[in-house]
Design a protein around this ligand. Structure first.
Ligand SMILES: Cc1cc2nc3c(=O)[nH]c(=O)nc-3n(C[C@H](O)[C@H](O)[C@H](O)COP(=O)(O)OP(=O)(O)OC[C@H]3O[C@@H](n4cnc5c(N)ncnc54)[C@H](O)[C@@H]3O)c2cc1C
Length: 381
C-alpha cells in the first residue's frame, strides 16, 4: 500500500485507460505476494483465513479507495462472492464464483428501487414470474453499484407476492448481456459519475428471461440471503473505514504541527487538540467494536447487534474525523492536494448504503429491548 498504491492514487483517481492498466498491474503484484481475495477461503479461490485476520488487513488496504479493488475484495463483488460461496450450486460456482474471485469478471447487486424505500426491502416491486423453467423479470432499480461493465448481477425480485413479507423475494443471477437488461446510466453521486466499478447505475429489466436454475438458494429465500450478504458486507465497509479514519487522523495531526496561525502551530490550539483527542478515542472504539464483531462472526455468531452498532457508529466517526481533518487543512483540505476531499465525498454515502443509520439504531434498540422484555438482561460480552 505504501510503496505502490498510495503514491499512485492521483493517477488511479483519473479513472482512464492508464489507471485501469495500473489497477491490473497492481492486482498481479498482489497475487504474486499471496494476498489476493482475502475475504473468501481457498476453496472459493481466495486466500482468506477468517474475519479477524481480514479486519486487521483492511486497516491497511482501506487507507485508499483503490485498496480493496487492488486486493480483489471490493464491494459489491466481495458480498456476491460470499453468497455464491454459501448458497451457490456447483454449476453456479463454476460459472460465476470462480471467475469473480479470480478477478476475471465483475458483478453488481441490484436490490434498491427508486419508487420504494430501500431501507424496507419487503416493499420491493421488481417481479420475477415463473414461465416453465424460466423466470421472466420486470423491474426498475437504481444504485446498482458497479453495473457498468459487469458480467452479471444478483437481482432481488418478488417471486411469490402472496407469501408472508419475508418470503416473497428471491435472489436471481442475471447475466448482464441477457436481452432486456438495460444499464440506463451511471447516476452522478455528489458530482461524480464514475467509470466501471465506481459507478452507481440505474438499471431497467424488461421481460428478462433467465433459467430458474439461476436462483440463489431456495425460491423465497431472497430476504434471508440478503441478510446473510449484508451482515458481513456491512462489516467489510467498516473495516475499510478504519483505514480511512486513520489516514485522515494522521493527516490532521501532521498538518496541525506544520501550519502556524496567530503566532503558533495549529497543534497548540485547544480546539484542534480536542479534535485530535476525540478522534483518537472514537477511532479506537471503532477498532475494538469491529474486532469484537469479527471475532464473534468467526465463532459462528451472526453478531446482528454488534454489526448494526458498528455500522451506524463508525459511519458517524468516519464522517466526523474526515471533516475535522478537512477543517484543520483549511481550503487546502478541499483541493486534490490531499486525499481528504475525495474521502469526504465518499464517506457521506456510508451513513446510507447497506441501511441508513436510523434503521441500524432501530435494530440495536429492538434486539436489546426484546431481551429485557423476555426477562433477560443484555450481556456486554
Ligand atoms: C453510494 C451508495 C451505493 C449503493 N450501492 C447499492 C448497491 O450496490 N445495490 C443496491 O441495491 N443498493 C445500493 N445502494 C442503495 C442503499 O442501500 C439505499 O439507499 C438504502 O438502503 C436506503 O434506501 P433509500 O435510499 O431508498 O432510502 P429510504 O428507505 O427511502 O429512506 C430515506 C431515509 O428515511 C429514514 N428512515 C428510513 N427508515 C427509517 C426508520 N425505520 N426510522 C427512522 N428513519 C428511517 C432514513 O433517514 C433514510 O435515510 C447504495 C447507496 C449509496 C448511497
Amino acid at each position: 500500500m505504501n510503496q505502490r498504491v498510495l503514491p499512485n492514487e492521483q493517477l488511479l483517481n483519473r479513472e482512464d485507460d492508464d489507471a485501469a492498466a495500473l489497477v491490473r498491474a497492481l492486482q498481479d503484484e498482489v497475487r504474486a505476494i499471496g494476498l489476493w481475495a482475502p475475504h473468501v477461503p481457498p476453496d472459493a479461490g481466495g486466500t482468506g483465513t477468517g474475519f479477524l485476520d481480514y479486519a486487521h488487513l483492511n486497516e491497511h488496504i482501506g487507507r485508499s479507495l483503490w485498496g480493496q479493488l487492488v486486493f480483489g475484495c471490493q464491494a459489491p463483488d466481495a458480498g456476491n462472492a460470499e453468497i455464491l460461496h454459501m448458497y451457490g450450486t456447483a454449476d453456479q460456482k463454476e460459472r460465476w464464483l470462480f471467475p469473480l474471485v479470480a478477478g476475471e469478471i465483475r458483478s453488481f447487486f441490484s436490490m434498491t428501487e427508486p419508487e420504494v424505500s430501500g431501507a424496507d426491502p419487503t416493499t420491493l416491486r421488481t417481479r420475477a414470474t415463473r414461465d416453465g423453467d424460466d423466470w421472466v423479470i420486470d423491474g426498475h432499480k437504481w444504485f446498482s453499484s458497479g453495473a457498468q461493465g459487469a458480467a452479471f448481477g444478483v437481482v432481488m425480485a418478488v417471486t411469490d407476492p402472496d407469501a408472508p413479507s419475508h418470503g416473497r423475494t428471491s435472489q436471481i443471477i442475471v447475466p448482464a448481456d441477457t436481452p432486456g437488461v438495460e444499464v440506463v446510466r451511471p447516476i452522478p453521486v455528489l458530482g461524480h459519475s464514475g467509470r466501471g466499478w465506481t459507478t452507481h447505475c440505474e438499471v431497467r429489466y424488461t421481460s428478462v428471461r433467465v433459467p430458474v436454475a439461476n436462483t440463489l438458494g431456495e425460491p423465497g429465500s431472497g430476504f434471508l440471503i440478503a441478510q446473510k450478504r449484508l451482515g458481513p458486507g456491512r462489516i467489510h465497509h467498516v473495516m475499510r473505514w478504519l483505514g480511512q479514519m486513520q489516514r485522515a487522523f494522521e493527516l490532521m495531526c501532521k498538518y496541525s504541527l506544520e501550519r502556524e496561525a496567530f503566532g503558533s502551530p495549529l497543534a497548540d490550539k485547544q480546539t484542534v487538540q480536542n479534535w485530535i483527542a476525540d478522534s483518537y478515542a472514537e477511532i479506537q472504539a471503532c477498532r475494538f467494536m469491529t474486532l469484537d464483531a469479527a471475532h464473534k462472526i468467526d465463532q459462528g455468531d451472526e453478531a446482528r447487534v454488534e454489526i448494526s452498532a458498528i455500522k451506524f457508529y463508525a459511519a458517524r466517526v468516519l464522517n466526523d474525523v474526515i471533516d475535522r481533518a478537512v477543517q484543520v487543512h483549511g481550503a487546502r483540505g478541499l483541493t486534490d492536494e490531499t486525499p481528504l476531499g475525495q474521502m469526504l465525498m465518499l464517506a457521506r454515502g456510508g451513513r446510507i448504503y447497506d441501511g441508513p443509520d436510523e434503521v441500524h439504531r432501530m435494530v440495536v434498540a429492538r434486539r436489546i429491548l426484546k431481551a429485557f422484555a423476555n426477562g433477560e438482561e443484555w450481556q456486554f460480552s
